[in-house]
Design a protein around this ligand. Structure first.
Ligand SMILES: Nc1nc2c(ncn2[C@@H]2O[C@H](COP(=O)(O)OP(=O)(O)OP(=O)(O)O)[C@@H](O)[C@H]2O)c(=O)[nH]1
Length: 318
């Protein structure tokens, strides 16, 4: 679900009657971007691409009727966050209950009354915006504003399956601040928190390509999901991260590695095959991180998925 204020919302009208579409569009135009489809199947396709906050759905349509469309929306994890309001001439209590039972959030009766349509759409757009905000908060790490581990885990599973389907290479980076215990000991926990936020800012800046996802994995450890990324790109990314974190120039006089805050980065990538698991990929990134720490810290280490523990690979031959 994307957070949107009512003015930025997208409303999709699915109706096989062009006159009704024209009428409804004119009524809700001021409340967001209005899209339309003249069949259930076309509506589902548009919803997948445009992720509308609200779908105004005709019940009686040729081919796929409104109930079938609503059912398809409820079953599709990518569409489920769109709220459906049925628009129908059937005004009996049974018809209304059937619409709500089908998963719709509301019901607009025909003939259409502009004030009623606008009030209902306004209310549901507000609710959708509030839900999106809550959704975002539930996925966020309170200290750094990055995604939290729970959300990362769910996205890792989804991306792993997607990369397996499309035979694409999925990259992972585990980032751990070096000698952070010493930093806390020297400056106190509060400044330690501020340091983690600064490091998180660099990690966020480095994960801006579509689909990239940066999360706080726990404590002073972060993780980045890098879709469609191969070993060579991992090495470049890891070098960049280490350089940028060092360039924050956060004093760390008691660290044996350098007199400023540094981080170690473990990286790996894999085109997931049958039998491969996201857990094993994470484990490989962890091995790479261990190797980065062992071999001196303040560096990236890239490991081939499935390589024996501790064996770093030259990215050029991976
Ligand atoms: N300030 C602050 N400290 C944290 C937080 N989470 C974990 N830590 C501290 O991070 C430190 C991690 O210490 P260690 O796991 O020993 O690792 P390290 O000192 O970074 O050493 P290396 O990882 O081996 O370079 C511990 O002192 C934790 O208390 C946090 O949210 N805020």
């Amino acid at each position: 679900m994307t957070a949107a204020t009512p003015g930025e919302s997208t409303i999709l009208i699915i109706d096989d009657n062009a006159d009704t579409i024209r009428l409804l569009s004119a009524m809700v135009r001021g409340q967001g971007r209005v899209l339309f489809a003249t069949s259930g199947a076309a509506g589902i396709d548009i919803a997948r691409l445009q992720r509308p906050q609200l779908i105004l759905l005709d019940v009686e349509m040729a081919g796929m009727d409104g109930f079938a469309v609503c059912d398809a929306i409820q079953r599709d994890p990518d569409l489920r966050s769109s709220a459906v309001i049925f628009v129908t001439a059937q005004s009996t209590a049974e018809a209304e209950i059937a619409c709500l039972d089908a998963g719709a959030v509301d019901f607009i009766p025909k003939p259409l009354n502009a004030a009623v349509v606008q009030a209902r759409v306004r209310t549901h757009l507000r609710l959708q915006a509030a839900l999106a905000k809550l959704d975002g908060l539930a996925h966020q790490d309170g200290l750094t504003g990055l995604f939290n581990r729970r959300y990362f885990d769910s996205q890792l599973a989804t991306e792993f399956a997607r990369h397996r389907r499309h035979r694409m290479s999925l990259g992972l980076a585990l980032i751990d601040v070096d000698h952070f215990k010493l930093y806390n000991d020297r400056y106190g926990h509060q400044q330690g928190d501020a340091c983690l936020s600064e490091v998180a800012g660099v990690i966020r800046d480095g994960a801006r390509r579509p689909g990239e996802l940066a999360a706080r994995y726990g404590g002073e450890e972060f993780v980045v999901l890098l879709p469609n990324t191969d070993h060579a790109a991992l090495q470049t990314y890891g070098d960049w991260l280490c350089r940028r974190i060092a360039a924050l120039n956060l004093a760390h006089p008691t660290a044996p590695t350098a007199p400023y805050v540094t981080a170690s980065v473990g990286l790996c990538a894999q085109i997931p095959g049958e039998g491969d698991t996201a857990e094993a990929l994470l484990h490989t990134a962890d091995m790479a991180l261990y190797e980065a720490k062992r071999s001196g810290r303040n560096r990236p280490v890239v490991v081939a998925a499935g390589a024996p523990p501790g064996r770093a690979v030259d990215p050029a031959v991976a």
